[in-house]
Design a protein around this ligand. Structure first.
Ligand SMILES: [Zn+2]
Length: 93
């Protein structure tokens, strides 16, 4: 039995909210997206600078986010976003 003095860290994984379905999920199960200008870029390695949002890697959540203009709001951009890069990303189911 591992007690409180056990040295192995059992940290709670970080949780983020999907901008599509608004459900909270483990950060590792979500795809990070960043905006470069007005272009949405998938950032699976979470290395790109700038404001990022998290989305389930599913077309359903992407469509939900687009329909609600959630990406525009979350990323605080004024114009229409180019999500072409997402449509063709291999990560999408
Ligand atoms: Zn989702």
């Amino acid at each position: 039995m591992a007690g409180p003095s056990d040295r192995s860290p059992q940290r709670v994984p970080p949780v983020r909210t999907c901008v599509g379905c608004r459900q909270r999920a483990a950060k590792s199960s979500l795809l990070r997206l960043v905006v470069a200008g007005n272009v949405i870029v998938p950032d699976p390695a979470a290395r790109l600078p700038g404001r990022g949002v998290y989305l389930h890697p599913s077309r359903e959540c992407l469509e939900l986010a687009q329909r609600r203009r959630a990406l525009v709001r979350a990323l605080r951009v004024s114009g229409p976003l180019d999500t072409t890069g997402l449509e063709t990303a291999r990560d999408w189911a």
